[in-house]
Design a binder for this molecule. Structure first.
Ligand code: ADP
Ligand code: MG
Length: 432
């Protein structure tokens, strides 16, 4: 799109989104309706004179990723670089997808809820035409967990080149897109904002509709990637770094939450136990490998195993910590095997109860921990026992990725539900 200076001025003074080439200085300016959220997040005291001004500009080489430009400064930069996309708030993008256009057969998925910048192109059948995930592992390694402020900066640097690379890999143009699907929650607000603002800019600039997608629904639809099929009704178990829950699905859209964790998630306890054992991050795969070489010799608790559908993993983690202290003679492999056995025992008991009570046709296990071979084997046995299909995501797409977000977007299109591109850090499973 060619833009005039008048467009830019209108965008800056009346609101809108400016997306600039990343090889020049600026990354992206965020639309003004995200302003209040950014203010809260970063404690910004000095809003521009006109509170409708775009307030966030990222500079890849700058220590300070966020600053408030005044319009003269921003205009000077824009004059030099020439914007890639500029649109004003008054010029709204396409709202509904053109599903009759067969050329437009792809969803562009964008996932930035936590510490991976992921972009993918996925068609209706779940075929992944291209995907790229930029991990921030090295950014956060020293902190022993995700550092939110650094996460949003890293997303900001990675997002546009990642989108470009995926579009190039699939030789795709905006005309090939049915829609853009972007994670709107749950997640870190600063990280979510980067994906949402980018999607909004592309949507308006390209005239492609954009859908705010629930990350948890993305995980659940990950089993449909590359040929998988879920038969409904289904019982789903989501076991990831941020979540542990079990729910019933009557169809791809209607969820009934059965239970969730009272404290830590399974993935979190894998990661914490891995750290206690000096296995490093990410903990899941490291624990799995160690556990395969050991025997479950320790008697660890099985918290809430026999109580309904709620989970609790913090007691198990503390118990492992005590054993490490009191029984230095127990090998790392046996510790890991004992921990995995306790986790699986609880997860299998809950799945078994849900299958007996809900009598579904499928058992769907998703989220990062569903990559665990031990968990896959254990769940295959339960599914077999109840004669239901076991649906698992391809291992490479068990952890956070944009292909699953794109896949879930098809459900939103079919339902005609188009959530706003606004971050919802605590979005629940039942809300689209
Ligand atoms: P979230 O969406 O909550 O950020 P992910 O779905 O990406 O998390 O899952 C990340 C979690 O999955 C981490 O806690 C990690 O340890 C765990 N994980 C990844 N691979 C495995 C594995 N092979 N076995 C067990 N846990 C795993
Ligand atoms: Mg996830």
């Amino acid at each position: 799109m060619t833009v005039s200076e008048a467009d830019i001025v209108q965008c800056i003074t009346q609101g809108g989104v400016v997306l600039l080439p990343t090889d020049t200085v600026l990354g992206l300016a965020v639309s003004p309706r995200h302003g209040a959220a950014i203010d809260r997040l970063y404690g910004l005291k000095h809003r521009p004179r006109d509170k409708n001004l775009p307030i966030m500009v990222a500079d890849a080489d700058d220590e300070i990723a966020l600053r408030i430009p005044n319009d003269a400064q921003l205009l000077a930069v824009l004059r030099e670089t020439g914007p890639l996309l500029v649109t004003s708030a008054n010029r709204s993008g396409a709202q509904t997808p053109d599903t009759t256009n067969e050329a437009a057969a792809l969803i562009l998925g964008i996932e930035t809820s936590c510490d991976d910048t992921s972009v993918a192109l996925v068609d209706r059948s779940g075929h992944v035409a291209a995907i790229k995930t930029v991990s921030q592992y090295e950014v956060h390694e020293a902190f022993g967990g995700v550092y939110p402020e650094l996460a949003s900066r890293a997303h900001l640097e990675a997002i546009l080149p990642t989108i470009q690379s995926v579009m190039d890999e699939a030789s795709a143009t905006p005309k090939d897109l049915t829609a853009i699907g972007v994670t709107r929650g749950p997640g870190l607000i600063g990280s979510l904002l980067v994906g949402l603002s980018t999607a909004e800019a592309l949507s308006m600039g390209w005239g492609v509709p954009a859908y705010g997608v629930n990350h948890l629904r993305g995980h659940i639809r990950s089993v449909e990637l590359e040929g998988g099929q879920t038969e409904f009704p289904a019982v789903i178990m989501l076991v990831s770094g941020g979540h542990t829950l079990i729910a019933e699905l009557k169809d791809p859209w209607s969820y009934r939450l059965l239970g969730t964790t009272r404290d830590d998630s399974v993935g979190e306890s894998y990661d914490k136990v891995a750290r206690m054992l000096g296995l490093g991050m990410p903990g899941g795969p490291a624990i799995d490998r160690a556990a395969k070489l050991g025997r479950p010799v320790l008697r660890l608790p099985r918290p809430m195993k026999n109580e309904g559908y709620e989970f609790s993993f913090s007691g198990l983690k503390s118990s492992v910590a005590r054993h490490i202290e009191n029984h230095p003679e127990v090998s790392l492999e046996d510790m890991s095997a004992s921990f995995v056995a306790a986790c699986l025992d609880v997860l299998v008991a809950k799945a078994d109860r849900a299958l007996a009570e809900c009598k579904p046709r499928s058992l769907v296990i998703v989220g990062g921990v569903s990559a665990s071979p031990q968990l896959r084997d254990a769940m295959a046995q339960v599914a077999d026992h109840h004669r239901v299909n076991l649906c698992l995501p391809p291992v490479k797409w068990a952890t956070d990725n944009a292909a699953m977000i794109a896949m879930a977007t098809w459900d939103y299109i079919e339902r005609g539900v188009q959530p706003a591109l606004f971050p919802k850090p605590n979005l629940s499973l039942e809300t689209p």
